[in-house]
Write a new protein. Structure first.
Length: 523
């Protein structure tokens, strides 16, 4: 009998394993169908990152909160660097001795108080079951429109890229979907092929950085988040701060961060998942890539787009991601149909889901680490802090309605999309990881200011940790990152923005009074 079985040896599963061990639970088994651990970050597995993959989230948000990332890493590390980092993490906390690979779970069944995990050669039994297979899975999200059956050329999903990549020479290629993967493939093959990228519902694009050492995803702070969420409202606040002034993406880079009519979306800046591979805009401006809107019809090799334009293509590549909760054919859907806070099964509180989360900024690993801390606490405390079923279901309905209102253009495709700042604060409150920041006013006013107005930093949720070493790591990381150019930029804007607004209002009022006086004197 095993206390906890974790299905999935990617970083979400390893996070959960590590946090359970810290609480004194060592009777844990991690099983994975892949030949190697570390999930998609191990290029020997499938699915996995591609050879040309670099992080789309900055080093700050890829950093494990109690295990510092090497300082020599660039702002957006190559996947091989992250893989090395995760291996160091596993070695530090002696995680891999709990992992068994090459084990495919065929079925799971709850019998009495225990889970039976059926594999080809063995049945494992456990009290708690954690599912951490990840959002990247074997169930490809391919459009079901019948018109794609009319296409007589080569068509495949980006997941199958390695199988067909050598055939992509001197071809006319249509990439369906503007995703980070689509952008990577486009950049990789733009000089060898004629590539067009199609977007059905539009997209937001954002540069990964403002400068070589200035990640764009760090352009946010706790004070900014507080003001937007509590005083302005998320939509009007985002429009005012990010949408119509000379410091923002639309002002410099066009509507939705790209200025391409075919890719326009009405979703707000903080209300949609956006692609952080804006490098393709330069390629489009050079004529190396072409942007089109959604597909209307297909006849043989001819594709007609919604704006009436048409062209012939040799290849269609679907860059449309994976089905939400795909790959979970070994467990009844009832267990994940209603998830409390995207983690806990309403149907049975002994099964947990970690890593099924999609923040529109920051990173999935950062969110999964917080989720795993919560799951470990609940397993340790026998779910003592979870609400009753009635209250749980009520909160699930409220959260789902909020998600649909907040992310109307993508919540159907990305069923686990969340606002990372709200979600992180919610978990921090649940696990008592939200520090009393006001105490630093008396003890360390400089640190208080840095934490409040400089870049939002998830190490904040370690500041009241019971382990003094972890508090030290958190403190040092927040201090190290405040000097980043982006962090200074957001702080300066927070300080000067109200002054600029007030000055403009006063100037307008003065000019208006002078105009009235001038008009009256003429009369």
């Amino acid at each position: 009998m095993i206390n906890t079985i974790i299905i999935g040896a990617g970083i979400s599963g390893l996070f959960t394993l590590k946090h359970l061990k810290e609480l004194g639970i060592h009777n844990i088994l991690v099983i994975d169908k892949n030949q190697y651990p570390f999930g998609v970050w191990n290029i020997k597995n499938h699915p996995s990152v591609k050879e040309f993959t670099y992080c789309v989230s900055s080093k700050l948000y890829m950093t494990i909160s109690d295990f510092p990332i090497p300082k020599e890493y660039p702002e957006f590390p190559h996947h091989s660097d992250i893989f090395k980092y995760y291996k160091l993490y596993a070695k530090k906390f002696d995680l891999l001795k709990h992992v068994k690979c090459n084990i495919t779970v065929l079925n799971t069944k709850k019998i009495g108080d225990y889970w039976n995990i059926y594999t080809k050669n063995k049945v494992y039994k456990c009290k708690n079951l954690v599912i951490a297979c990840g959002t990247v899975n074997n169930f490809l999200n391919i459009p079901k429109d019948k018109m794609y059956n009319n296409f007589i050329g080569l068509k495949f999903h980006s997941d199958e890229y390695d199988k067909y990549k050598n055939q992509l020479i001197n071809k006319k290629i249509l990439l369906v979907g503007v995703s980070d993967t689509a952008c990577d493939i486009a950049e990789e093959h733009k000089l060898k092929n004629k590539i067009t990228i199609s977007s059905r519902k539009g997209v937001w694009l954002q540069n990964r950085n403002f400068g070589a050492y200035a990640p764009a995803d760090m352009f946010y702070s706790r004070l900014l988040d507080f003001v937007i969420k509590n005083f302005m409202g998320k939509v009007p606040g985002a429009n005012l701060i990010f949408g119509i002034n000379p410091f923002t993406i639309p002002f410099w880079w066009g509507k939705n961060g790209h200025g391409i009519k075919e890719w326009e979306t009405n979703s707000g800046y903080l209300n949609s998942y956006y692609v952080k591979s804006r490098d393709i805009i330069s390629s489009i401006s050079k004529g190396q890539l072409k942007a089109v809107n959604g597909i209307k019809d297909i006849s043989n090799n001819e594709i007609i787009f919604k704006n009436g334009k048409k062209d012939n293509f040799d290849v269609i590549i679907f860059c449309t991601g994976y089905k939400p909760f795909g790959g979970l054919n070994f467990i009844d859907k009832k267990y994940y149909k209603y998830l409390y806070k995207k983690i806990f099964s309403y149907y049975d509180n002994s099964v947990y889901f970690v890593g099924y989360i999609r923040p529109y900024l920051t990173s999935i690993p950062m969110m999964a680490e917080l989720q795993s801390r919560w799951v470990a606490q609940e397993i340790y405390n026998n779910n003592s802090s979870l609400p009753c079923k009635k209250k749980m279901l009520n909160e699930i309905i409220i959260d789902n309605n909020k998600q649909q209102n907040e992310f109307p253009s993508c919540c159907e495709r990305l069923k686990t999309i969340v606002d990372p700042y709200d979600y992180s604060n919610m978990i921090a409150n649940k696990i008592n990881a939200k520090p009393n920041i006001w105490k630093y006013i008396l003890t360390d006013i400089n640190f208080f200011i840095i934490t409040l107005i400089y870049s939002w930093n998830h190490h904040y949720f370690r500041l009241n940790d019971k382990c003094s070493y972890k508090v030290k790591i958190a403190y040092e990381n927040i201090i190290d990152n405040f000097s980043n150019y982006t962090s200074k930029l957001v702080a300066n804007i927070i300080v000067w923005y109200p002054f600029i607004i007030i000055t403009l209002i006063i100037t307008i009022l003065i000019l208006y009074k002078l105009f009235r006086r001038f008009k009256c004197s003429n009369v």
